[in-house]
Ligand binder design. Structure first.
Ligand SMILES: [Zn+2]
Length: 571
């Protein structure tokens, strides 16, 4: 390819709205252009990288035995109503109505479509297992798009779905995808951390995320400084404290006046009690009932964990009016002692270890001190409800402490079990003639997001440093003086030789100053650079340079291809 015939408009300045390196560099390097907020056009260079990432994903999915399909973007409402997700899926999908009044969503995911497809065509255990995947445009009604290709309204995803006869089969399919993901991210040059995650709108049991640690990431992960424990913020937890054997339980609790003390800090200061000895009582509406969630005073409640513990489809904080009606007290004075029976008390596991606690008295301007669990109130259920915090003791090892890191979520694998196959009638006849629901898994990779993650991991002040596997062109030849016919002939000859050796090559034959060509080559991030310039004219030598570490050799023209191959292999 010749730069004079190409469309790669580079910019010296990053757009004002670009905050993170990948957004700045992908726009400046002429890979993408914003169409509107969270929607991008891919220019030729960007599309080449996208296609290369897709190819890596496709090769590894095929190698793992998955079969490629291509499903529609328009998904009919009726199908989503059968799984109950038309109203409940979060974030709500983009929706559209045709002129006859039929509703569709622009698919954010395809469990309904693929399960319905397989339900119609697969009926016997002999046709299973089956894993199908697609690489396709997905939509998300993102309110605040940001981070360039990281959080967008329209993006390319690989989504795969496995169908098995039983849990053991699902475990094998899941493992095959896990291993394929490890190979994919290694080939893309992405160091990933596999973390425990929550299934959220997908439902199902076991779920893992493949995270790329990056300060530009939107997710927070908790990692142990001593062992391999890693979990996202939605499900991270901490080691439980030792039982407090020193504190003698008070004979009984006592009511104390706490005028105006509606926050943990205010009560703590007023009573001289550390927040770890206080107990937070948070009232929630879970579908049609009320629950009181208890966490230690120094903790934040994790609403996702509470929703999971309650099994509710909808969970929201109780209003001030509801709290007053239930407890007889304004917000800030709720406590577990003497709550009406209709309120279920779900306590974080740490509460079990709390002796002589301070709780709200369910009365304005009053608290109870010396409260003890089980003697003074009944917990209907203990669950992990607390939000993990940096510095917490690791739940998996004896001595580690948790730290938080920013990360980009690149992949997600779920065990869905039989939710979708039951809702959509994906049944098979077993060997003994029984009808059973297929056991499913689903597996996603953010393909366009990978461009951003790769750039976040592979760039310097001058620009992008693409790994060879995904580079738009592996080599650029900088022809510094295109007017010089002799040099132009050398460059043309190298172009032919390198293409014959299997490289994708860009020949920068533009009528630009050498400085512009070097700057653009570094900004665009070609992994290998061949300079045909002054040295070539003087001594018949070319410079061969590797972008990632600036390793450089000056060699006779005849040795250029071999040297370049050596540099590529060492990379
Ligand atoms: Zn640990």
């Amino acid at each position: 390819m010749r730069a004079t015939q190409y469309y790669a408009p580079t910019l010296r300045q990053a757009p004002a709205e670009a905050e993170i390196p990948s957004h700045k560099l992908l726009v400046r390097g002429g890979f993408i252009r914003p169409l509107t907020s969270g929607v991008f056009t891919y220019l030729p260079l960007g599309l080449r990288v996208l296609r290369r990432v897709e190819q890596v994903v496709r090769e590894e999915m095929n190698r793992a035995g998955a079969l490629e399909v291509f499903m529609a973007v328009l998904e009919p409402k009726e199908l989503w109503e059968r799984t109950g997700r038309w109203d409940s899926f979060q974030p709500q999908p983009l929706r559209t109505e045709d002129r006859t009044g039929r509703w569709f969503c622009l698919g954010p995911t395809h469990e309904e479509v693929i399960t319905d497809l397989v339900a119609r065509d697969v009926s016997s255990y002999k046709q299973l297992p089956l894993t199908l995947y697609q690489i396709q445009t997905k939509f998300r009604d993102e309110i605040r798009p940001r981070g360039g290709l990281i959080r967008v309204k329209e993006f390319t995803m690989k989504d795969a779905y496995s169908f098995d006869i039983d849990e053991a089969g699902l475990a094998r399919s899941y493992q095959a995808m896990y291993e394929a993901y490890v190979r994919i991210f290694a080939r893309l040059g992405l160091a990933t951390l596999v973390v425990q995650a929550e299934a959220g709108s997908m439902g199902g049991s076991d779920t893992r995320e493949f995270m790329v640690l990056s300060d530009s990431g939107e997710d927070t992960v908790f990692v142990c400084d001593k062992c391999d424990y890693a979990a996202n913020a939605e499900c991270a937890t901490s080691r439980l404290p030792e039982a407090d054997s020193e504190t003698e339980p008070a004979d009984d609790y006592q009511r104390v006046d706490t005028p105006g003390a509606t926050t943990i800090q205010a009560i703590s200061e007023m009573l001289g009690t550390p927040p770890t000895k206080l107990l937070k009582t948070l009232l929630y509406r879970a579908d049609e009932r009320f629950v009181a969630a208890l966490v230690r005073g120094d903790r934040e409640l994790n609403e996702i964990k509470l929703q999971r513990a309650t099994g509710a489809d909808e969970l929201r904080m109780a209003t001030a009016e509801e709290i007053l009606a239930l407890t007889g007290a304004p917000v800030g004075f709720s406590g577990p002692v003497g709550l009406p029976d209709e309120v279920e008390i779900i306590a974080d596991r740490e509460i079990e270890f709390l002796g002589n606690a301070v709780v709200g008295a369910n009365e304005a301007d009053a608290h109870l001190v010396g409260v003890n669990v089980s003697r003074d109130f009944a917990v209907s259920r203990y669950a992990d409800l607390r939000q993990a915090a940096a510095g917490d003791p690791c739940p998996q090892c004896e001595t580690g402490r948790l730290a938080t890191r920013r990360a980009i979520e690149m992949g997600h694998i779920f065990k869905l079990d039989t939710k979708y196959s039951e809702d959509l009638g994906a049944l098979y006849t077993s060997e003994d003639g029984e009808q059973r629901p297929m056991v499913m898994g689903c597996y996603g990779i953010g393909v366009s997001r990978a461009l951003a993650a790769i750039v976040e991991e592979h760039h310097d002040d001058a620009g992008i440093i693409w790994p060879l596997e995904v580079a738009p062109f592996g080599v650029v030849i900088l022809l510094l003086d295109p007017e010089n016919a002799k040099l132009a002939a050398v460059a043309e000859d190298l172009l032919t030789q390198l293409e014959a050796a299997g490289y994708e090559v860009m020949l920068d034959d533009r009528d630009e100053r050498p400085g512009v060509k070097f700057k653009d080559a570094e900004l665009i991030g070609y992994p290998l650079i061949v300079v045909v310039g002054r040295k070539t004219a003087e001594s018949g030598e070319v410079e061969v340079r590797r972008r990632q570490d600036s390793a450089e050799e000056v060699v006779p023209i005849a040795g250029a291809v071999a040297t370049l191959q050596e540099l590529a292999e060492e990379a």
